[in-house]
Design a protein around this ligand. Structure first.
Ligand code: 5RP
Length: 221
């Protein structure tokens, strides 16, 4: 199985995992990225079993609408039964780095309001210590220099994601050279830097389940 096939298999497994959690009036949170896209495609098969979705990006909302799956604004729904999304890294505590696709802020908001967060990844993304994948930080454009200097002081190597604007109109700094041994602490420290909108550590609110697509099938962490 190649990486794409693993992503597809784990996305299908996510649909089977969440189906028993859903009722007619349930809302499903939907993430962003290539694995989330496979999930959206698989979700279409059970779209009659729940009310609709909230999406963590404009791109995912468009994909859902193209498959005639209803998409609601988060502010117009009462709660979200389950959120399904990919990740760039997961440790064994189900803490994640997300934001490779730049949708981290909306992803974190949807995760925060969801009762369950099912993360879907391929086996290459499991790590002992987070930080090999550069940590994305969404930053208000005028604070770019300030945030970069603060991150340097924390031992990271911040790089501006050229030519990219988030759905919220902000920029992304990708931070290299971090060996993240205390994810919750670092998540909070970075969030406290003025000008930071959000960072891609999902440690204070980790996943409830991580489904891993491997060459021999889907495993649960
Ligand atoms: C987007 C994300 C994605 O979930 C993450 O980048 C993984 O993407 P993919 O499924 O394409 O490997 O956080 O902001």
């Amino acid at each position: 199985m190649n990486q794409d096939e693993m992503k597809q298999a784990v996305a299908q497994a996510a649909v089977e995992t969440i189906e028993p959690m859903l009722q007619d009036d349930s809302i499903v949170g939907v993430g962003t990225g290539s694995t989330a896209n496979y999930f959206i495609d698989a979700l279409a098969a059970i779209k009659h079993k729940f009310d609709g979705t909230v999406a963590s990006s404009i791109a995912s909302a468009e994909r859902l609408k193209n498959l005639h799956i209803p998409v609601f604004e988060l502010n117009s729904v009462f709660d979200v039964a389950v959120y399904v999304d990919g990740a760039d890294e997961s440790n064994h505590q189900l803490q994640l780095i997300k934001g490779g696709g730049g949708a981290l802020t909306r992803e974190k908001i949807v995760a925060a309001v969801s009762e369950q967060f099912v993360c879907i990844i391929d086996a290459s993304k499991i790590v002992d210590v987070l930080g090999t994948f550069p940590l994305p930080i969404e930053v208000i454009p005028m604070a770019r220099g300030h945030v970069a200097r603060e991150v340097l002081a924390l031992g990271g190597d911040p790089r501006y994601r050229q030519g990219f604007t988030t759905d919220n109109g902000n920029i992304i700094l990708d931070v290299y050279q971090l060996e993240i041994r205390s994810p919750e602490e670092l998540e909070q420290t970075i969030n406290n830097i003025t000008g930071v909108v959000c960072n891609g550590l999902f440690a204070a609110r980790p996943a409830n389940q991580v489904l891993i697509g491997t060459a021999t099938g889907v495993q649960t962490l």
